[in-house]
Design a binder for this molecule. Sequence first.
Ligand code: UT7
Length: 328
Amino acid sequence: MQSVGIKGLGYYVPENIVTNFDLEKVVDTSDEWIRTRTGIEERRFAAEDEATSDLGYKAAIKAIENAKIDIQEIGLIIVATATADYLTQPTACLIQKKLGLSKIPCFDVGAACTGFIYALTVANSMIKTKLFKNILVIGAETLSRIADMKDRNTCVLFGDGAAAAVVGNVEEGYGILSVSIGAEGEDDMVLKIPAGGSKFPNNERTIENRENFLKMNGQEVFKFAVKVLPKVTLEALNQAEMKVDDLSMIFPHQANLRIIEAASKRIDFPLEKFYVNLNKYGNTSAASIGIALGEALEKGLIKKGDNIALTGFGGGLTYGSIVMKWAY
Ligand code: UT7
């Protein structure tokens, strides 16, 4: 079976930088609390006229350029997002239009912060089964739009951004070596926007109670993350018949530095080899792993043949890890 991997990657973050000090003026918080509890120093917020599809489009253009393919060679667009432009229309269709592509299929994947991993997994299978040759996988978010700027428990954590990958056939033996994905379904308000869906459509009461914004039980998600990040990474490594020492780097979902530190201890893999940029962007959900990859590539930290793991976790609760041998 032919190998499948990432052929080109791009990312985009909005220009507007919001520091912890800026947030001190909005909610009862402090730079010190945010830095010591999360590792976050600043994040980007989209401009008023920028939606998720705009960020995703800009990342997509860069990914296609870097993949050195003709845009017409893309056969499918998959967008992982928790902050679609519209509730009903797939954001992937909006990006298709912006890219000037017509007719090719487009759909969104809803797996919260694990969305990029789930979308890569779907793309991997669809290329392996020869349904498509090149698939554009995008993780894009404008979490600033669903963050409650009156709730210090959540609004300090999130940022906006996007990353895109062109997935296709790569040199034999390179690309995606193994995938492990899973979920622990819950309905206890651990991490969700309570209202605005089919269960509780928005009304005066939900708006008054600010149930149209993201709510999270931080401690529950923290416990879950500390458990699954090491576990699912080891599962993917096991499937690839590799040990953690075979990895040159791990790209974890960028939620909280303390989660990454705990994972580093649990699997005995040095913290310096976990790529961390949450200090600059906060938690960008489905975009975070792709943005981290894009930055590391720009810095020359990934070379052809390097074994890396991408590991995500988040709302659902979902989790997943992909081990790959970098193909370019
Ligand atoms: O992407 C999806 C995955 N999401 C995550 O992985 C998030 C996982 N959870 C976390 O990262 C952490 O639980 C948080 C960063 C969200 C919270 O950290 P924590 O150490 O679990 O804090 P806590 O929720 O236990 O709150 C401790 C205290 C509370 O005050 P009291 O009750 O002890 O007086 C909070 O009210 O910190 C208070 N607090 C704040 N203080 C200043 C909560 N948020 C803030 C804030 N500024 N922004």
